[in-house]
Design a protein around this ligand. Structure first.
Ligand code: PRP
Ligand code: ZN
Ligand code: MG
Length: 224
């Protein structure tokens, strides 16, 4: 498999998708991302853009399938912790933290529940899509708990009787509000970040990455 063009993975759709495209276009990449193709060629530079599910981006970078990725630190750290636990490759280099995609991973409970710190959750079940980040936080508190993995609709778990609490992403707080939940502890603060695979690139591609990073720094500086 010969691969010369630089490969960058970005989120296909979701909260980071539009801002990723804006950033890359601002950095001078001529992209035609109107259609739904997985792979698009940049028209003016030897770069290919892969549009995938955000959850797949950390693994693609850690396995060296793509050279760069833009992903939320929440998804990145969850994948890193999972791979570390499984003894699978989990190396990458952070090129820079970006200025969008801010959110937090938080514990939330029924808004009427009296909250007295993490011990309130002793012996309780917490629904989450982030079992490793949750376990890493709960380990520090020393509070015993059980979890329940849900890839979606986490916010309905308490009302549905599936769990006593949730650990989920909060951005505006509207989802919690709409489900009668209140945020009680922030366990991880996240932004979008630009990462590079740990395996060395060709000299040409590394030069291209350096140039791209300089331009991205310029775009972010200009809007500060
Ligand atoms: C997150 C989270 C909530 C929502 C919270 O999902 O799971 O559903 O955002 O945002 P709010 O506080 O502004 O209401 P998101 O769509 O980001 O990610 P996912 O599709 O990967 O679950
Ligand atoms: Zn996702
Ligand atoms: Mg969601």
């Amino acid at each position: 498999m010969t691969q010369q063009r630089l490969r960058i993975a970005i989120q296909k759709s979701g909260r980071l998708a539009d801002e990723c495209q804006t950033l890359l276009k601002g950095a001078g990449l001529k992209l035609n991302l109107r259609d739904q193709r997985l792979l698009s060629h940049c028209q003016n530079l030897p770069i290919d853009i892969l549009r995938v599910r955000d959850d797949d981006i950390p693994g693609l970078v850690m396995d060296g399938v793509v050279d760069l990725g833009i992903v939320g630190e929440n998804v990145l750290e969850e994948e890193r912790l999972e791979r570390e636990a499984m003894n699978r490759p989990c190396e990458f280099t952070t090129l820079r933290r970006l200025d969008f995609g801010g959110c937090r991973l938080s514990l939330a409970v029924d808004k009427d529940l009296a909250w007295d710190g993490p011990t309130t959750l002793a012996g309780k079940r917490i629904a989450t899509s982030y079992p490793y980040l949750l376990a890493s936080y709960m380990k520090k508190t020393g509070v015993p708990f059980s979890d329940c993995m849900l890839k979606g609709s986490v916010e309905v778990a308490p009302r549905a009787g599936l769990a006593d609490a949730i650990c989920d992403l909060v951005s505006t707080g509207a989802t919690l509000e709409a489900n009668g939940l209140k945020e009680t502890e922030v366990i991880f603060r996240s932004k979008a970040t630009l990462i590079q695979t740990a395996s060395p690139l060709s000299a040409t591609n590394q030069e291209l990455v350096d140039k791209l990073l300089t331009r991205i720094n310029g775009v972010i500086q200009a809007r500060e």
